[in-house]
Design a protein around this ligand. Structure first.
Ligand SMILES: Cc1cc2nc3c(=O)[nH]c(=O)nc-3n(C[C@H](O)[C@H](O)[C@H](O)COP(=O)(O)OP(=O)(O)OC[C@H]3O[C@@H](n4cnc5c(N)ncnc54)[C@H](O)[C@@H]3O)c2cc1C
Length: 429
């Protein structure tokens, strides 16, 4: 099985494959899924001395963890601390604290395990496209600075001075955020987990999970794993492994592109500080550079026949328009991936059976949050009760009319674009 054709897979330092499982093995904890969630769980569990096996159906970082934009963002996609408190009551504080420090955790792990992934904790910026979102930026700064986070409001002038990007009304920055090569990061976590004593197997899909006495038996093409506790870290790639689990979230296809490297005169104009930027539009506009000065952006698009061909072109045109870059170099890479989006946009643990859980912290913004979730799940692996974790446990509730509602993001996109356009002070969304 080959890796997906992303910029990150093409440019990350290669990693020796972990062998596929062949035979029967036993462990205390089985982690299914080799993305950030599974890898961070395996690393922290092994460091705590819990015997751990991790299996990945394809190669490490095959799923969203290898296909994202590499923005490390220490907050929830749609929910601010006050809203989380209103939703979760007393259980919110631990979760908010986990999110607030999640980017620091990522960059600490990178330093501690000397992970080569072009990491730069240069900050994450959210510029406002409308007056209402500018007011929200003030409120976000108030809420996150009350938690001691390194956040700051940016006026339109300071945003443009900092980024070289025209046309936004200002915004805010969290200086603990930043960028990385996600495949390099995932491979580094895999190596660190193996060094800490976890056993990793690639090309090892779990085909069936069954109760076997006090244990779970996971059947793979080449063998079986008997485990006392099992953690599904399969995100939107879960398929049919556990009945109904795929109907508890919305699977969202997101596209990413990277240009050929920009010439020095253009590169110096934009983002000299190396931050990453995602704005407040419903049809999000994002940009960052990689270490070779390729400009990277992405977006949701209406998925219809020929989308894989048309969408990258549309994103390229949008970048050129939004950033006033008529001479933008052509695309070098285009790819897409699946994110799981929860109905409340918050991380959750789902209890599926005795000693069997699934963890979701993706919501389209999960590099930092899934890493932090993994540290929590490792505590459960070591015997802590679910109630002690920072992430709330939720019922595995299927979303009504899931087959239809999963199409909603696409169906609503034209309306979102229209509303963005009406609110925006700037032409050419
Ligand atoms: C295009 C795109 C752009 C994004 N951009 C950003 C960004 O810039 N910043 C950010 O913070 N977040 C971003 N995200 C979200 C982020 O990538 C995810 O939140 C994160 O990678 C989820 O990690 P995970 O480990 O939960 O899941 P995944 O990385 O999806 O891993 C799940 C793994 O489980 C494996 N698996 C599934 N079933 C089985 C089985 N039966 N047996 C064995 N293995 C199995 C899959 O092969 C897969 O590798 C983006 C997502 C997408 C799709």
């Amino acid at each position: 099985m080959t890796d997906p054709a992303t910029l990150w897979h093409a440019t990350a330092a290669p990693m020796e494959p972990f062998t596929a499982l062949n035979g029967v093995t036993e462990t205390e904890v089985l982690v299914i899924g080799g993305g950030f969630a599974g890898l961070s769980t395996a690393l922290h569990a092994a460091q705590a001395g819990t015997p751990t096996v991790l299996v990945e159906a394809h190669r490490i970082a095959f799923g969203a963890s290898g296909r994202n934009a590499g923005f490390v963002v220490p907050n929830f996609a749609k929910v601010d601390p006050d809203a989380a408190r209103a939703l979760l009551g007393s259980r919110a504080e631990a979760l908010i604290g986990m999110a607030a420090t999640s980017a620091d955790l990522v960059f600490d792990l990178i330093r501690r395990h000397a992970i080569a992934c072009d990491a730069d904790q240069a900050g994450w910026i959210q510029p406002a496209h409308s007056a209402a979102s500018l007011a929200k930026a003030h409120d976000r700064v108030r809420q996150w600075s009350a938690l001691g986070r390194p956040v700051e409001f940016l006026s339109a002038e300071s945003f443009t001075r900092m980024t070289g990007a025209p046309g936004w009304l200002g915004g805010w920055i969290d200086r603990s955020g930043g960028v990385l090569n996600p495949v390099g990061y995932a491979r580094g976590l895999a190596r660190a987990a193996a060094q800490a004593g976890a056993v990793l197997h690639e090309e090892t899909p779990v085909l069936k999970l069954q109760r076997a006495g006090q244990n779970w038996r996971a059947t793979t093409p080449g063998g079986q794993i008997l485990a006392r506790r099992v953690i599904l870290a399969t995100n939107a790639y879960v398929g049919g492994l556990w009945p109904g689990l795929a109907r508890t979230f919305f699977p969202l296809r997101v596209f990413q592109v990277a240009t050929e490297p920009l010439p020095a005169n253009l590169r110096e104009r934009l983002l000299p500080g190396g931050q990453c930027v995602s704005d407040t539009r419903r049809n999000l506009f994002t940009f960052r550079f990689d270490a070779q000065n390729r400009l990277i952006s992405g977006g949701m698009h209406i998925v219809s026949a020929g989308a894989e061909r048309r969408v990258p072109h549309a994103i390229h045109q949008r970048m050129a328009r939004m950033l006033d870059l008529p001479d933008l170099p052509p695309l070098a890479y285009a790819w897409s991936g699946l994110a799981s989006v929860m109905p409340d946009f918050l991380p959750r643990v789902v209890e599926l059976g005795p000693n069997l859980i699934a963890g979701f912290a993706c919501n389209g913004r999960g590099i930092a949050l899934t890493t932090a979730m993994g540290r929590e799940l490792a505590r459960w692996a070591a015997g802590d009760p679910l109630s002690a974790l920072a992430i709330p446990t939720r019922e595995a509730k299927e979303i009504p009319f899931h087959a239809l509602s999963r199409l909603a993001p696409n169906a609503l996109l034209p309306l979102s674009i229209l509303r963005d356009h009406r609110e925006s002070q700037r032409r050419g969304i």
